[in-house]
Design a protein. Sequence first.
Length: 219
Amino acid sequence: MSLRIGDEAPNFTAQTTEGPIDFHKWIGDQWTILFSHPKDFTPVCTTELGYMARIKPEFDKRNCKIIGLSVDSIEDHRKWANDIKETQGAAPNYPIIGDSHFEVAKLYDMLPATVSGDAKKRTPAENATVRSVFLVGPDKKIKLIFLYPMTTGRNFDEVLRALDSIQLTAKHKVATPANWKQGQDVIIAGSLSDEDARKQFPEGWQAPKPYLRIVHQPR
């Protein structure tokens, strides 16, 4: 199953380092980042899990939960957490899904449906495609998908920036331009006619082109 933006995030039940969850129920009415890893005790992922632990308060401010996934057991996740704390200065402070039977990885199209066997015997390279970030909204729909190769550490500051944009544009009829950051000017959505835009933005806008209507970020 190929997942796209706008699809419902597949639901699942799983064991995590913080106990069993039903994914949709666990999300509740919040936003959620699900980010996955090919195997425990891998170098790039060690830095990523630690960084996410350090910036978790930023996601908390945005009403966004974090959950990790790695194609290994809960027992291994807990051992790995000690290494993460030792080397990165922070242990994971969010749940990590145990996926040693590849169920969630296959459900989210990160591994082929034919994959089976003992997770411990698989190499990180065999699980290389388990390097995804999914942003899921309170409506349980997928809002964003990032895919990364194993050798490139993920930019979670960009995930935060994208989350800010998606939350803003879900609330207001605007879009954000290239490299937009919180507080900068935005673009009136193309779906809004000039007549309706005047009601939404009575202060007016700058329009270097009729289709490019720039306004201050709504609050």
